[in-house]
Every structure is written in structure tokens, then in C-alpha cells.
Design a protein around this ligand. Structure first.
Ligand SMILES: Cc1cc2nc3c(=O)[nH]c(=O)nc-3n(C[C@H](O)[C@H](O)[C@H](O)COP(=O)(O)O)c2cc1C
Length: 187
């Protein structure tokens, strides 16, 4: 598959088969990330591949957080269990973050570069027949969630990448804003 086809056909997938990608496959995808453009070659991205213990720790924080914030009338235990179960949807989870704190404008450039690196992981996964999903779960905006994964204060989480084999047929692509609505050709 060439790059243009990969970009056009990658889709967010939320249902995964249980078999995890191999460590080698994940390592290959995460290595691809270092080819993201990044100003001053700061390599600002960080990826944490969750293992069983870190996943369990994150699920516990997610359950407690969701239970605390359960809407009135809902059973906090059920709400918490549902939040934790969402972290079991994919057989491999990777937290993508950026090292922050550089002087402007490098801080913004680093964040852009890290987002590109995360997209490279998703696009690379698609190119090798894996599926991916970039999720921004509330638990990764929670100090306890960050602590469960040893994300230091100097990093900002960009998302939780879900990776694995798709267990759902890819439906039609969601419609996109046509280019003539977001491209301005200046004189
Ligand atoms: C920065 C970022 C954050 C996202 N966060 C979520 C999320 O929290 N929940 C979700 O369902 N999808 C999330 N997505 C996935 C988008 O919803 C998805 O890319 C969009 O629907 C377009 O579908 P596609 O990826 O199949 O093209 C996120 C995507 C990006 C780039």
C-alpha cells in the first residue's frame, strides 16, 4: 500500500480481536515515529506501552474516577466498571505524550511534532494490516491516572493509542469537509 492509499483508507476501529500485536510489531511501529518531522530534532514524543500491571492500575483509577463523577441516579459501581471495561477494548494500548516546557515557539512545535509521531504509529499500523484508535480518555487528564503510568509532570498526554487486529468490518468513511472549504488560495 502506498502512502496516499494508506492515508485515504486508515479508519478508526473500536472493536479488536483479542490477540495482541507482537512486541516486535509494536517496536517497529514505534520506531517509525522517529521519522516525524521535529524542529531542532528535539524528539519530543514519548510512548508508553501498557503491560498487565499498568493496565490494571489505570483501570482502577478510571473506575474510581468515573464512579465519583457518575450522573445523578446512575449506579456509581456500574458506571465505574464501564469506564474500566473501555480500557480492555484493544489488546495493545500505548500512551502518546509530549515533553513540554521548551521556550515558545518550540513548545508548540514539539506538541505538533509529537502528534505527527502518534499519527505515524496509527498510519504505520494500518499499512501493516493492524487497526488503530486514538482516544482521549478522561483518566489521562487525571493526576492519579498519570501517576499510575509514571507520566512525569513535564509531559502532556496526547492520547491513548489502541492497536490490534480489527474485529469489525470497516464501514463507509465518515464524510469529510471538502478541501475547497478549508483551503484558501491567496494572491
Ligand atoms: C487528537 C485526537 C483525539 C481523539 N479522541 C477520541 C476520543 O476520545 N474518542 C473517540 O471516539 N475518538 C477519538 N478520536 C478519533 C476520531 O474520532 C476519529 O479520528 C474521527 O472520527 C475520524 O474517523 P477516522 O479516524 O476513521 O478517519 C480522536 C482523534 C484524534 C486525532
Amino acid at each position: 500500500m502506498d502512502a496516499i492509499e494508506a492515508i485515504r483508507t486508515r479508519r478508526t476501529v473500536k472493536a479488536f480481536a483479542p490477540e495482541p500485536p507482537s512486541r516486535e510489531q509494536l517496536a517497529e511501529l514505534l520506531e517509525l515515529a522517529r521519522w516525524a518531522p521535529n524542529h531542532k530534532l528535539t524528539c519530543p514524543w514519548r510512548f508508553r506501552v501498557l503491560g498487565p500491571q499498568s493496565l490494571e492500575a489505570l483501570k482502577q483509577v478510571a473506575a474510581a474516577q468515573a464512579a465519583r463523577e457518575a450522573p445523578a441516579g446512575a449506579d456509581p459501581e456500574v458506571v465505574g466498571a464501564a469506564a474500566a471495561a473501555k480500557l480492555d477494548r484493544a489488546p495493545a494500548l500505548v500512551v502518546a505524550s509530549v515533553v513540554c516546557g521548551a521556550e515558545p515557539p518550540l513548545d508548540a512545535e514539539d506538541e505538533h511534532a509529537a502528534a505527527i509521531a502518534a499519527y505515524i504509529v496509527l498510519l504505520g499500523a494500518h499499512a501493516v494490516g493492524l487497526a488503530g484508535y486514538w482516544r482521549s480518555p478522561a483518566v489521562l487528564r487525571d493526576a492519579e491516572g498519570l501517576a499510575a503510568l509514571d507520566v512525569p509532570e513535564g509531559e502532556r498526554v496526547l492520547g491513548l493509542l489502541h492497536l490490534g487486529r480489527a474485529a469489525q468490518a470497516l464501514g463507509p468513511a465518515p464524510s469529510r469537509t471538502p478541501a475547497d472549504e478549508y483551503v484558501y488560495w491567496l494572491d
